[in-house]
Design a protein around this ligand. Sequence first.
Ligand code: GLP
Length: 245
Amino acid sequence: FLPGRLLAGGTGPLYVKLRRTLEDAVKVGTLKHGDALPPERDIAEYAAVSRVTVRKAIDDLVAEGVLVRRHGSGTFVAKPVSKVEQRLSQLTSFTEDMARRGMTARSEWLHKGVHTPSPDEMMILGLAAGTKVSRLSRLRIADDQPLAIEHASVSGEFLPDPSIVTSSLYAELEKRQVRPVRAVQRISATNMKEADAGLLGVPVGAAGLSIERISYLGSGRAVEFTRSLYRGDAYDFVAELTIGA
Ligand code: GLP
Protein backbone atom coordinates (compact mmCIF):
# COMPACT_ATOMS: atom_id res chain seq x y z
CA PHE A 1 0.00 0.00 0.00
CA LEU A 2 2.88 2.33 0.58
CA PRO A 3 3.37 4.59 -2.41
CA GLY A 4 6.77 5.13 -3.94
CA ARG A 5 6.63 8.79 -2.96
CA LEU A 6 6.48 7.73 0.65
CA LEU A 7 7.94 10.83 2.15
CA ALA A 8 7.55 13.14 -0.79
CA GLY A 9 6.13 16.61 -0.56
CA GLY A 10 5.57 19.03 2.25
CA THR A 11 7.82 20.34 4.90
CA GLY A 12 8.34 19.53 8.53
CA PRO A 13 9.67 16.60 10.51
CA LEU A 14 9.81 13.12 9.01
CA TYR A 15 7.06 11.73 11.19
CA VAL A 16 4.68 14.49 10.02
CA LYS A 17 5.43 13.57 6.39
CA LEU A 18 4.89 9.90 7.09
CA ARG A 19 1.67 10.69 8.94
CA ARG A 20 0.44 12.70 5.95
CA THR A 21 1.33 9.88 3.58
CA LEU A 22 -0.57 7.35 5.66
CA GLU A 23 -3.53 9.72 5.97
CA ASP A 24 -3.58 10.19 2.20
CA ALA A 25 -3.47 6.42 1.67
CA VAL A 26 -6.63 6.13 3.78
CA LYS A 27 -8.30 9.04 1.99
CA VAL A 28 -7.71 7.68 -1.48
CA GLY A 29 -8.51 4.14 -0.39
CA THR A 30 -5.11 2.48 -0.91
CA LEU A 31 -5.50 1.65 2.76
CA LYS A 32 -9.06 0.51 3.33
CA HIS A 33 -11.13 0.68 6.48
CA GLY A 34 -10.40 -2.38 8.56
CA ASP A 35 -7.05 -3.09 6.82
CA ALA A 36 -4.16 -4.07 9.04
CA LEU A 37 -1.10 -1.85 8.90
CA PRO A 38 2.17 -3.65 8.20
CA PRO A 39 4.43 -4.05 11.25
CA GLU A 40 6.21 -0.85 12.29
CA ARG A 41 9.58 -2.31 11.48
CA ASP A 42 8.52 -3.02 7.86
CA ILE A 43 7.23 0.51 7.40
CA ALA A 44 10.44 1.87 8.91
CA GLU A 45 12.57 -0.21 6.58
CA TYR A 46 10.53 0.66 3.50
CA ALA A 47 10.41 4.37 4.24
CA ALA A 48 14.03 4.39 5.42
CA VAL A 49 13.12 6.10 8.64
CA SER A 50 13.58 5.05 12.26
CA ARG A 51 11.00 3.03 14.15
CA VAL A 52 10.62 6.00 16.50
CA THR A 53 9.47 8.08 13.52
CA VAL A 54 6.98 5.40 12.47
CA ARG A 55 5.74 5.06 16.02
CA LYS A 56 5.21 8.84 16.31
CA ALA A 57 3.28 9.04 13.03
CA ILE A 58 1.10 6.10 14.05
CA ASP A 59 0.55 7.50 17.56
CA ASP A 60 -0.78 10.72 16.04
CA LEU A 61 -3.15 8.86 13.72
CA VAL A 62 -4.40 6.70 16.60
CA ALA A 63 -5.03 9.85 18.63
CA GLU A 64 -6.97 11.30 15.69
CA GLY A 65 -9.05 8.15 15.36
CA VAL A 66 -7.77 7.36 11.84
CA LEU A 67 -6.01 4.21 13.05
CA VAL A 68 -6.90 1.85 15.86
CA ARG A 69 -4.52 -0.25 17.95
CA ARG A 70 -5.91 -3.61 19.00
CA HIS A 71 -4.13 -5.37 21.82
CA GLY A 72 -2.25 -8.36 20.55
CA SER A 73 -3.38 -8.06 16.95
CA GLY A 74 -1.81 -4.87 15.59
CA THR A 75 -2.85 -1.53 14.13
CA PHE A 76 -5.79 -1.15 11.77
CA VAL A 77 -7.47 1.53 9.72
CA ALA A 78 -10.50 2.62 11.74
CA LYS A 79 -13.93 1.92 10.32
CA PRO A 80 -16.41 4.77 10.21
CA VAL A 81 -18.89 3.84 12.90
CA SER A 82 -22.54 3.39 12.05
CA LYS A 83 -24.80 4.76 14.76
CA VAL A 84 -26.85 2.50 16.93
CA GLU A 85 -30.27 3.85 17.82
CA GLN A 86 -31.21 2.48 21.20
CA ARG A 87 -34.70 2.71 22.73
CA LEU A 88 -34.52 3.69 26.36
CA SER A 89 -37.74 2.05 27.45
CA GLN A 90 -36.89 -1.60 26.91
CA LEU A 91 -34.86 -3.88 29.13
CA THR A 92 -32.83 -5.72 26.53
CA SER A 93 -29.36 -7.19 26.41
CA PHE A 94 -26.53 -6.09 24.18
CA THR A 95 -26.70 -9.38 22.29
CA GLU A 96 -30.41 -8.91 21.60
CA ASP A 97 -29.99 -5.26 20.63
CA MET A 98 -27.38 -6.14 18.04
CA ALA A 99 -29.26 -9.20 16.74
CA ARG A 100 -32.29 -6.98 16.12
CA ARG A 101 -30.10 -4.86 13.85
CA GLY A 102 -28.79 -7.88 12.01
CA MET A 103 -25.38 -7.51 13.67
CA THR A 104 -23.40 -10.16 15.47
CA ALA A 105 -22.40 -9.37 19.02
CA ARG A 106 -19.29 -10.74 20.58
CA SER A 107 -17.22 -9.99 23.64
CA GLU A 108 -13.55 -9.77 24.38
CA TRP A 109 -13.26 -10.77 28.00
CA LEU A 110 -11.24 -8.49 30.22
CA HIS A 111 -12.03 -10.23 33.49
CA LYS A 112 -14.25 -12.91 35.01
CA GLY A 113 -14.03 -13.76 38.69
CA VAL A 114 -15.67 -14.34 42.03
CA HIS A 115 -14.95 -11.68 44.64
CA THR A 116 -15.77 -10.41 48.07
CA PRO A 117 -18.20 -7.60 47.29
CA SER A 118 -17.21 -3.97 47.72
CA PRO A 119 -19.36 -1.83 50.04
CA ASP A 120 -21.06 -0.36 46.94
CA GLU A 121 -21.88 -3.79 45.52
CA MET A 122 -23.18 -4.94 48.92
CA MET A 123 -25.48 -1.98 49.19
CA ILE A 124 -26.72 -1.95 45.58
CA LEU A 125 -27.16 -5.69 45.22
CA GLY A 126 -28.40 -6.11 48.78
CA LEU A 127 -25.69 -8.63 49.66
CA ALA A 128 -25.19 -9.95 53.16
CA ALA A 129 -21.77 -10.18 54.82
CA GLY A 130 -19.85 -13.29 53.79
CA THR A 131 -21.54 -13.59 50.37
CA LYS A 132 -19.78 -13.36 47.04
CA VAL A 133 -20.18 -11.37 43.87
CA SER A 134 -19.35 -12.43 40.30
CA ARG A 135 -17.63 -9.76 38.24
CA LEU A 136 -17.59 -9.83 34.44
CA SER A 137 -15.74 -7.21 32.44
CA ARG A 138 -15.72 -7.20 28.69
CA LEU A 139 -15.31 -5.22 25.57
CA ARG A 140 -18.56 -5.42 23.61
CA ILE A 141 -18.15 -5.69 19.88
CA ALA A 142 -20.71 -5.71 17.08
CA ASP A 143 -19.60 -6.80 13.62
CA ASP A 144 -15.99 -6.19 14.61
CA GLN A 145 -16.73 -2.66 15.80
CA PRO A 146 -15.96 -2.13 19.50
CA LEU A 147 -18.91 -0.22 20.99
CA ALA A 148 -18.72 -0.41 24.77
CA ILE A 149 -16.84 -1.60 27.81
CA GLU A 150 -19.00 -3.19 30.47
CA HIS A 151 -18.21 -4.13 34.06
CA ALA A 152 -21.03 -6.21 35.49
CA SER A 153 -21.41 -7.33 39.10
CA VAL A 154 -23.93 -10.09 39.66
CA SER A 155 -24.93 -11.45 43.04
CA GLY A 156 -23.10 -14.76 43.63
CA GLU A 157 -26.40 -16.31 44.61
CA PHE A 158 -27.68 -15.89 41.05
CA LEU A 159 -24.44 -16.55 39.23
CA PRO A 160 -21.97 -18.45 41.43
CA ASP A 161 -19.56 -19.22 38.59
CA PRO A 162 -19.05 -16.42 36.05
CA SER A 163 -16.75 -18.59 33.93
CA ILE A 164 -19.81 -20.30 32.43
CA VAL A 165 -20.86 -17.05 30.74
CA THR A 166 -19.30 -17.17 27.32
CA SER A 167 -21.57 -14.90 25.32
CA SER A 168 -24.82 -13.39 26.64
CA LEU A 169 -25.10 -12.70 30.37
CA TYR A 170 -28.86 -12.25 30.13
CA ALA A 171 -29.26 -15.55 28.26
CA GLU A 172 -27.39 -17.28 31.09
CA LEU A 173 -29.53 -15.55 33.73
CA GLU A 174 -32.63 -16.55 31.80
CA LYS A 175 -31.51 -20.20 31.85
CA ARG A 176 -31.25 -19.93 35.61
CA GLN A 177 -34.63 -18.21 35.78
CA VAL A 178 -33.16 -15.05 37.23
CA ARG A 179 -33.33 -12.79 34.23
CA PRO A 180 -34.12 -9.25 35.39
CA VAL A 181 -37.49 -7.76 34.49
CA ARG A 182 -36.93 -4.16 35.56
CA ALA A 183 -33.94 -1.84 35.63
CA VAL A 184 -32.94 1.65 36.55
CA GLN A 185 -30.41 3.19 34.22
CA ARG A 186 -28.39 6.37 34.60
CA ILE A 187 -26.57 7.91 31.64
CA SER A 188 -23.98 10.64 32.00
CA ALA A 189 -21.39 12.28 29.81
CA THR A 190 -17.71 11.53 30.13
CA ASN A 191 -14.43 11.77 28.26
CA MET A 192 -12.46 8.67 27.42
CA LYS A 193 -9.32 7.97 29.40
CA GLU A 194 -6.34 6.39 27.69
CA ALA A 195 -6.92 2.70 28.49
CA ASP A 196 -10.61 2.79 27.60
CA ALA A 197 -10.02 4.84 24.46
CA GLY A 198 -7.43 2.27 23.38
CA LEU A 199 -9.87 -0.61 23.77
CA LEU A 200 -12.67 1.23 22.00
CA GLY A 201 -10.45 2.52 19.21
CA VAL A 202 -11.21 6.20 19.75
CA PRO A 203 -8.95 9.15 20.50
CA VAL A 204 -8.13 9.88 24.15
CA GLY A 205 -10.63 12.44 25.42
CA ALA A 206 -13.33 11.42 22.92
CA ALA A 207 -16.92 11.73 24.08
CA GLY A 208 -18.29 8.76 25.96
CA LEU A 209 -21.50 7.84 27.72
CA SER A 210 -21.16 6.37 31.13
CA ILE A 211 -24.14 4.13 31.82
CA GLU A 212 -25.04 2.48 35.09
CA ARG A 213 -27.75 -0.13 35.18
CA ILE A 214 -29.19 -1.80 38.25
CA SER A 215 -31.59 -4.53 37.27
CA TYR A 216 -34.11 -6.38 39.39
CA LEU A 217 -36.19 -9.52 39.56
CA GLY A 218 -39.96 -9.29 39.88
CA SER A 219 -39.50 -9.85 43.62
CA GLY A 220 -37.51 -6.63 43.87
CA ARG A 221 -34.15 -8.37 44.44
CA ALA A 222 -31.31 -6.73 42.55
CA VAL A 223 -29.54 -9.09 40.12
CA GLU A 224 -27.02 -6.99 38.30
CA PHE A 225 -25.11 -3.76 38.76
CA THR A 226 -23.32 -2.83 35.55
CA ARG A 227 -21.11 0.15 34.83
CA SER A 228 -20.61 0.68 31.12
CA LEU A 229 -18.74 3.06 28.93
CA TYR A 230 -20.29 3.51 25.49
CA ARG A 231 -18.79 5.28 22.51
CA GLY A 232 -20.44 8.68 22.27
CA ASP A 233 -20.10 8.65 18.48
CA ALA A 234 -21.83 5.29 18.13
CA TYR A 235 -25.06 5.67 20.07
CA ASP A 236 -28.28 7.64 19.94
CA PHE A 237 -30.55 6.95 22.88
CA VAL A 238 -34.18 7.49 22.05
CA ALA A 239 -37.08 7.67 24.48
CA GLU A 240 -40.75 8.14 23.84
CA LEU A 241 -42.26 10.84 26.01
CA THR A 242 -45.88 11.22 27.03
CA ILE A 243 -47.52 14.11 28.79
CA GLY A 244 -47.68 13.63 32.57
CA ALA A 245 -50.95 13.29 34.44
C1 GLP B 1 -26.57 -4.29 28.14
C2 GLP B 1 -26.61 -3.65 29.52
C3 GLP B 1 -25.88 -4.44 30.57
C4 GLP B 1 -26.21 -5.91 30.50
C5 GLP B 1 -25.97 -6.42 29.10
C6 GLP B 1 -26.29 -7.89 28.95
O1 GLP B 1 -25.38 -4.04 27.49
N1 GLP B 1 -26.10 -2.28 29.49
O2 GLP B 1 -26.25 -3.93 31.85
O3 GLP B 1 -25.40 -6.63 31.41
O4 GLP B 1 -26.77 -5.70 28.20
O5 GLP B 1 -25.93 -8.23 27.63
P1 GLP B 1 -25.63 -9.71 27.16
O6 GLP B 1 -26.80 -10.55 27.59
O7 GLP B 1 -25.48 -9.60 25.70
O8 GLP B 1 -24.40 -10.16 27.86
